[in-house]
Design a binder for this molecule. Structure first.
Ligand code: PT1
Length: 262
């Protein structure tokens, strides 16, 4: 899954300002590099981010969703707002990626009425304050329980289980230690019974692990961690550097192909 932010503030992960036109060009480049899905977001959810209005978010994302869907690309819409979900799906998005796991007012009902495919992500707190004091007794179990409960809530609202994916939400109300523990416990999250989505690319704990803020180092470590996540059961990895990640994953694939005992 290739990341396309149509936001002015993705500076710290190396993203530039993307107006809708630039975003479309970038998305098409990621598709050429081998992305199977493009995730389009018009509101930053990184730590400290402040919300934007519905109209602003729609203005940013809709032209990109429409154009990519017309190309035949699978489009995911990164939003927590019911109205954005609705208009993006009507414009051709086939997947809703919600960092609030459909907990915002009206979101669960909207996703159910659209009969949409949904990524349910875990977050402790809200983007503005989530990194203030993250705290867990058992980070893997608490996230697994949360995701299981959200699957149940979706099912009760009329969304078939086959439409749901889960994501532990790396960097969303988690310390570096929490993130590392989660990476080790991915196998237990796969037990939620829904395909696992993982987003690690260029996050601050990756910079810490890379012991470097050099963009090339951060890209390399991001791709390595994406590979590790797939090895531990992730079905989808959400990444900025599609070409590099794809190279790593293709090699992993060939290893299995050439050595049946692997
Ligand atoms: C994610 C994700 C997302 N991440 C899904 N959607 C972001 N499903 C946006 C940092 O610590 O992991 N899964 N949508 C981006 N969020 C962050 C969080 C970006 C933390 C950066 C950091 O630097």
């Amino acid at each position: 899954m290739g990341i396309v932010n149509v936001t002015p503030d993705s500076f710290s992960d190396g993203g530039r300002y993307f107006g809708s036109g630039d975003a479309l060009i970038h998305a098409r480049k990621l598709v050429k590099q081998g992305a199977g899905v493009i995730d389009i977001g018009g509101e930053s959810t990184r730590p400290g981010a402040v919300p934007v209005s519905v109209d602003q978010e729609l203005d940013r994302v809709l032209p990109v969703v429409e154009a990519l869907a017309a190309d035949g690309v699978l489009v995911s819409i990164d939003t927590s707002k019911p109205q954005v979900m609705q208009e993006a799906v009507q414009a051709g998005a086939c997947l809703i990626n919600d960092v609030f796991a459909l907990r915002q007012p009206g979101a669960l009902e909207m996703a159910a009425s659209l009969q949409a495919n949904v990524i349910l992500m875990h977050m402790q707190g809200t983007p503005r304050t989530m990194q203030d004091q993250p705290s867990y007794k058992d980070v893997v179990m608490e996230i697994r329980n949360f995701l299981t409960q959200r699957i149940e809530a979706c099912h009760a609202a009329g969304l078939d289980r086959s439409r749901l994916l889960v994501d532990p939400g790396f960097g969303f109300g988690k310390t570096r230690e929490h993130n590392c523990t989660l990476l080790g416990g991915l196998g237990q999250l796969a037990e939620c019974g829904a395909p696992l989505v993982v987003g690690i690319s260029r996050k601050s704990f990756v910079r810490a692990l890379a012991r470097s803020c050099e963009p090339e180092d951060v890209k390399e470590v991001s791709a390595l961690l994406a590979l590790l996540a797939v090895e531990r059961g992730a079905a989808i990895v959400r990444v900025h550097d599609v070409g590099l990640t794809k190279r790593f994953l293709d090699i992993r694939h060939d290893l299995k192909l050439f050595s049946p005992v692997h």
